[in-house]
Design a protein around this ligand. Sequence first.
Ligand SMILES: Nc1ncnc2c1ncn2[C@@H]1O[C@H](COP(=O)(O)OP(=O)(O)OP(=O)(O)O)[C@@H](O)[C@H]1O
Ligand SMILES: [Mg+2]
Length: 302
Amino acid sequence: MSKQIAVQCSDLSKVYTGGVEALKKVSLNLEKGKIHIIIGPNGAGKTTFLQIATTELSPTSGRMTLFGHDVMKDKEVITRLIGVMPQQALMYKQLTAWEHIYFFTLLKGFSRTEATKETERFLKLLNLYDRRNDELYQFSGGMINAVNLAQAIAGDPEVLFLDEPTIGLDPKRRRIVWDYILKMHGEKTVILTTQYLDEACELADNVVVFNKGKVIHEGNIESIINKLGYELKLEIPRSEENLAIVNRIEKHFFAEQNDKIVLWVKDGKMAIQRLVEANIDLSSIAIQRATLEEAYLNMIED
Ligand SMILES: Nc1ncnc2c1ncn2[C@@H]1O[C@H](COP(=O)(O)OP(=O)(O)OP(=O)(O)O)[C@@H](O)[C@H]1O
Ligand SMILES: [Mg+2]
């Protein structure tokens, strides 16, 4: 079966009043049923991208569609397809947690009975049921975020746009949210921004890296790590003898530092085999795998 594209954009640009170019000709095809994680430094354009996709902002040029519906022309259809957790949500703090989720679910077009069911389901899921009758001003920051997230997910929309959804959540709630998102895998499409790379590792089918308004990489976690060009970093005690051994190993890069030789190798297995053959004491070697964090930092620096 051919892949179905949920979100598509081509040459999408956004210039804000005042001249900031937040998006510069972004083109993407985000597949249905996958979890797409958008990462990128502050100001990279992630929220702007989500705001255009969710019809809150108009692009300056280019086109964007959700299941073929144009974000500029088919706002009503799109609103029915999506759930949105904005980065800076408008929360009515005089409402109780129950009322907040309930009213937002009604606004999505659900009946009172369905909205009640959804509200109770998410209050329980996010461990807020005991606090359901408290007004939001009595809530902690993390709890307010959890309510914001619940109102986005309630009703299980076809496409979820979550802008830094787990910010401020304690580890237990974060795990609950991750598990919930993972359960939707294959059925719903999730587009989620985060600053947490462990979140990307845990959830992503596809990672989109934004930097300065452009998409600088798209692919799975492995493809990002591969961009570094090496698999392992090895630290070996510095000596003439070890230097001679290191010289015989195929490497990406190497450096001599105070008391050690550091080498970055493409083929970790092969490099370790060479070291074993040379009778190097393996317990004297520090081995580190290339990480997403390293690859990401490397990618966005300039
Ligand atoms: N309403 C606005 N008016 C003018 N400039 C804006 C506006 N909103 C965002 N910008 C600018 O557009 C750029 C992209 O901002 P955006 O909020 O999309 O970034 P982001 O990747 O979501 O960042 P963060 O990680 O901090 O949430 C930034 O330079 C920002 O200052
Ligand atoms: Mg943002």
